[in-house]
Every structure is written in C-alpha cells, then in structure tokens.
Design a protein. Structure first.
Length: 117
C-alpha cells in the first residue's frame, strides 16, 4: 500500500495526525465549539472571531477541513459549515478511551492493594 492509497482511509495514523494538528490550536477549537453549537456560514464564523482577519480564519478553516472536522457546502453565494464529529470520536475511541480504561484499571489495582504488596 502506497502513501497515496492510504490517503483518505479512516484507520490510517496520518488522519489522526491531521486531527491532532487541527485540535492543537485554541483558535481552531473555538471554531469547532461554535460549529458544535450550530452550523454557521463562513461570514458568521469570521464575525465570531473579530480579533482575526478573514484570511486567517480561512487558513484555520482549511486545516479543519483537511482533518475532516468541518464540512462545507455552497448555498448560493454563502458557504455553510458544519461540524463533522466522526474524526473526534475516532480519536476518543482510539486514544482517550483506551488510556482512560488503563488508568481506571491501575487505580482499581492500587485500591485493591494499597500497600503495594
């Protein structure tokens, strides 16, 4: 399997890397929070981030779209954006869920044997 064959496959680590990169920015997390609350147009999203110019918002939006965290569709002259939650669920299931289970198991063992014997 070549790198181009893997591109777009939901089980390939590069996809997870793109999601982690997208989530690493506080600005992009704010954008996702806004889209979680309701679908928005690009203009509405720009209005929610008045400290950033439109070009910067669009650059952040491109990172979110490459990670497949945001989907956009044209309606006339507007672009409507929605949150695509599956990549975040995949990260949760693969990383957070497994590590949380391991931590709970460890705490359970410590509770069962507080002296470490």
């Amino acid at each position: 399997m070549t790198a181009s064959d893997r591109k777009g496959s939901p089980d390939i680590p590069e996809d997870d890397d793109a999601v982690f990169k997208a989530l690493a920015s506080g600005t992009r997390r704010r954008m996702l929070d806004a889209l979680k609350a309701a679908p928005r147009t690009t203009g509405e999203l720009c209005s929610l981030l008045p400290e950033l110019d439109r070009t910067t918002v669009l650059q952040h939006l491109r990172v979110l779209e490459r990670a497949r965290l945001v989907e956009g569709r044209r309606v006339g002259r507007e672009r409507h954006l929605t949150l695509a939650p599956l990549p975040i669920k995949r990260i949760h299931d693969r990383w957070i869920g497994e590590y949380a289970r391991a931590a709970v198991d460890l705490l359970g063992r410590l509770e069962d044997d507080p002296g470490g014997r």
